[in-house]
Each structure stands twice: as C-alpha cells, then as structure tokens.
Design a protein around this ligand. Structure first.
Ligand code: PXP
Length: 239
C-alpha cells in the first residue's frame, strides 16, 4: 500500500475558538485526535493578523502532544524568527494578503528573490524542512528548487475549482506534469488547497505524491461526524 501522508490543517478549529475568544474548541485536543486517527501531522497557518492560530497554539501543541507539526507562514523576517523559536518540523512558505479569506495561490517566484532565498536557507539550515507553495508551473518549481527548497507543495486551488467541469482534466494534467518535474528535481512532492472527499483521490494518485495538506473539508465534515471519523475517512481515501 502506498503511504501518502496526511497533514490535517486545524486553523478552523481555532477560527471557531476565536469567535468566543475562550478556550474551546481546543487546538491541543484537535491535534491529539488528528494524530490518533491517522493524520501524519498537524498543520497550522500562523497568519500575520493572527485571525485564527495564535503563537500559543503552536507552543502548546508542541509541548503537550507528541507528533509532527507543519507550519504555514508568510516569508517575512517576523515569521522566520518565530519559526526558528517555535521549531515546527516543517514549514511551508505561502503568499499572504491582508484581506484574503484564504491563500489565493502559489508564491510569485519569478526573478531573483534573495530575501526569500535567505529565509529558505536559514530555515533549512536549522533542520526545518522547507516547502514552497507553488502553482503547477515549471518556472515556479525550478525557481523554488534553485532557492534551496526541500519540497514543493503544489497549489490545487484551480483543480478544485474546476472539479466537475470540462477543465478538470486539464487542471489534473497540469498537477501530474508538475509532480513529474518535482520528482525529477529529487524534491518532496506535496499538494493542497481546496481538496475534499470528492476531488482528493486523483491528486493522491499522482506519481510520487508524498503528502496532502487538507483543512477546511475535514473540519467541516467533523461538525457532523466528529474529527476522528473525518480524519480517518480522508486517510482511507488517499491510500
Ligand atoms: N496548503 C496551503 C499552503 C494552504 O495555505 C492551505 C490553506 O490554509 C491548505 C493547504 C489547506 O487548504 P484547505 O483548507 O482548503 O484544505
């Protein structure tokens, strides 16, 4: 059986908690359930506006639960400093806009970006695996590789938006070709954004896929079946 890892993004457990500004639902409890239900890592996006995940969520999950933590963050000096302090196992660098509802796509990687390259090198050099969130475009993938990234997380936003439409085949092909290039460059292959119980299987079957990071659909389903079942069902679908 192929082992495609499942990263479960618990940002929206924190979104619900922030609605009341109290303790529940607790991200530490969510992390425990994720690890015990087949999730291979807990994913948290520490946004610059701290609208959901707080620094303390990462600290508490790190200290109170045993398991891998994958941190999504903007490529800024503040976030680099925090990552070096909080010590997640891996980091995904994502673009971040102030009023966006969620990440809008891959990093813009054209041209020389010595700031980004320095952040990648510093994090990777300190033993944190670094992935770059990239659109399934050869130029972006090669640029991230040249900057020293260990992994590419392919953005599946357009694929998810095309699901059930004619464009779906083309968007899947783009991901497959991009995945081929990532593997040719001997990098880890991840994917995520907008994946759900219906559209996930073809992405999980892309040759060489190492890990899928999924949040909104799992936390939404958890409302009705519980987080344990929602994680276990997704895990079953990606094997
Ligand atoms: N991967 C990245 C880089 C993301 O920014 C997000 C959203 O935070 C996800 C995966 C998860 O996306 P979704 O919540 O749509 O499953």
């Amino acid at each position: 059986m192929r082992h495609v890892k499942l990263g479960v993004n618990i940002d929206h457990v924190a979104t619900l908690r922030q609605a009341r500004g109290e303790k529940n639902p607790d991200t530490v409890e969510a992390a425990r359930v994720v690890y015990s239900s087949g999730g291979d890592m807990v994913v948290m996006h520490l946004r610059q506006d701290r609208r959901h995940i707080q620094d303390s969520d990462i600290e508490r999950v790190r200290h109170e639960v045993k398991g891998l933590i994958h941190l999504e963050m903007a490529a800024t000096a503040e976030m680099e400093k925090l990552a070096l302090k909080l010590r997640p196992d891996s980091v995904c660098l994502v673009p971040e806009g102030p009023r966006e509802l969620t990440t809008q796509g891959g990093m813009k990687l054209e041209g020389k970006n010595s700031g980004l390259e320095k952040i990648i090198k510093n994090l990777s050099g300190s033993g944190i695996e670094v992935s770059v969130f990239a659109d399934p475009e050869p130029g972006a993938i090669r640029a991230a590789h040249n900057m020293g990234a260990d992994a590419i997380e392919l953005c599946t936003k357009e694929y998810a938006a095309a699901w059930g439409k004619k464009l779906q085949v083309k968007e899947l092909e783009k991901l497959q070709l991009a995945g081929f290039l990532v593997k040719e460059l001997k990098m880890e292959l991840h994917a995520g954004h907008g994946l759900d119980y219906y559209n996930v299987a073809p992405v999980a079957r892309i040759e060489g896929m190492d890990c899928l990071n999924i949040g909104f659909s799992i936390v939404s389903r958890a409302m009705f079946v519980g987080l344990k079942t929602a994680v276990a069902e997704m895990k079953r679908l990606i094997q």
